[in-house]
Design a protein around this ligand. Structure first.
Ligand code: 5AD
Ligand code: SF4
Ligand code: FES
Length: 352
């Protein structure tokens, strides 16, 4: 089948009639059913450290935000969270943190990976989301048992990239691209994604992002709406933002279009969707997503991992999120892939 053209993508992103939008979601859902099935895979999310050396203008964890208690979860607490995931038969976990690239941090993560593998009999899949790192660190973590890595490009438009990041040596667009290439070469299943509805972001630029992700040939995509955070520099530009509801719709359209463009990838339903719409994460499943990340971070740390405002689940614990998401998924008629890694089918094909 022929690939969607840039013009067609722009047309789909611009749909405004509700029935047309629903039609797009339905088409994406049919493709999801045919190529990856209707099972939803759970990835238990452990936000193990909010310490970050970077200063992305949109994110509440940026180093410049001094109104935040910084934490690093102990190894014991991480292993307890992993145990909940394992006993709950989540196929995999995601270890996420702010970005620090010190040798000490690299060692810690490596040790942690080793312990998790041992504690779970090698049964749990491990995804990392710890930002840009030197290639040898990516390699060591891969050798220690991580097999997927998430690194969003955030936007593929370089002008916009430097409007939402400081223009300095810690935030270089080319470096991020290089990281994505290294991760792929090492053999990770690679995930990337963008934020949708950023100030100064045009529909054309979003269309280019989707084409960029297709050309990068990623195995997984996680994308969500941009949600402002009052303690960040980008908040100054909030008057340029489209309404939250429209950012939500646009993110769902991106998910649907990507499912049509990249049929066999794993597509995550981002938590940020639920910051705007109470049923946001479920609605994304109906538009083509097949991955959900229940939060496993110990409750006492959740209030300090606020990337954006209205982040859901900050007053709940891992068990509550499990029960809650199960109900949510089932309410929409989908089933949950317990005890399976749920690897990206695209990755398997790419490796053949
Ligand atoms: N709104 C939405 N997503 C955000 N992220 C960071 N800050 C925000 C925000 N204000 C996303 C980025 C990052 C991921 C971990 O969280 O895309 O890659
Ligand atoms: Fe740090 Fe990531 Fe937030 Fe940027 S998006 S400030 S790297 S946690
Ligand atoms: Fe966490 Fe509903 S998913 S409380």
């Amino acid at each position: 089948m022929k690939e969607l053209s840039r013009t067609e993508i722009i047309h789909l992103l611009s749909l405004s009639k509700r029935s047309d939008i629903e039609g797009l979601f339905k088409r994406a859902y049919e493709i999801k059913k045919e190529f990856v099935g209707t099972k939803v895979y759970f990835r238990g999310l452990i936000e193990f450290s909010n310490i970050c050396s970077k200063n992305c203008y949109y994110c509440g964890l940026r180093a410049g935000n001094k109104d935040l208690k910084r934490y690093e979860i102990s190894e014991k607490e991480v292993l307890e969270a992993v145990d909940i995931a394992w006993k709950s038969k989540y196929g995999s976990i995601v270890l996420q943190s702010g970005e620090i690239s010190t040798p000490d941090f690299a060692d810690k993560v490596e040790r942690l990976l080793d312990k998790i593998k041992k504690a779970t009999n090698n049964e749990i899949g491990i995804t990392l989301s710890c930002g840009e790192q030197p290639r040898d660190v990516y390699q060591r973590w891969f050798d220690a048992g991580a097999h997927r890595y998430l690194l969003r490009i955030e936007t593929s438009n370089q002008d916009l990239y430097y409007k939402i990041h400081p223009n300095d040596k810690d935030h270089i667009f080319g470096d991020r691209l290089e990281c994505l290439r290294s991760l792929k070469e090492i053999g990770y299943q690679v995930g990337s994604g963008i934020m949708v509805g950023l100030p100064f972001q045009s529909i054309e630029s979003i269309a280019d992002d989707l084409i960029f992700l297709r050309d990068l040939d990623v195995d997984m995509i996680g994308l969500g709406p941009y949600v402002e955070h009052s303690n960040t520099p980008l908040y100054e530009h909030r008057h340029y933002l489209i309404p939250k509801k429209d950012r939500f719709d646009l993110a769902l359209k991106c998910i649907a279009i990507l499912r049509i463009m990249m049929k066999d990838i794993n597509l995550a339903s981002a938590t940020a969707l639920q910051a705007i719409d109470e049923e946001g994460r479920e609605k994304a499943l109906m538009a083509g997503a097949n991955i959900i990340m229940p939060n496993l971070t110990p409750q006492k740390y959740r209030g300090d991992y606020l990337l954006y405002e209205d982040k859901p689940c900050t007053n709940e614990n891992a068990i509550q999120c499990k029960g809650c998401l199960e109900k949510r998924v089932q309410k929409y008629g989908e089933s949950i892939g317990y005890g399976e890694w749920g690897d990206s089918k695209h990755y398997k094909k790419r490796k053949k």
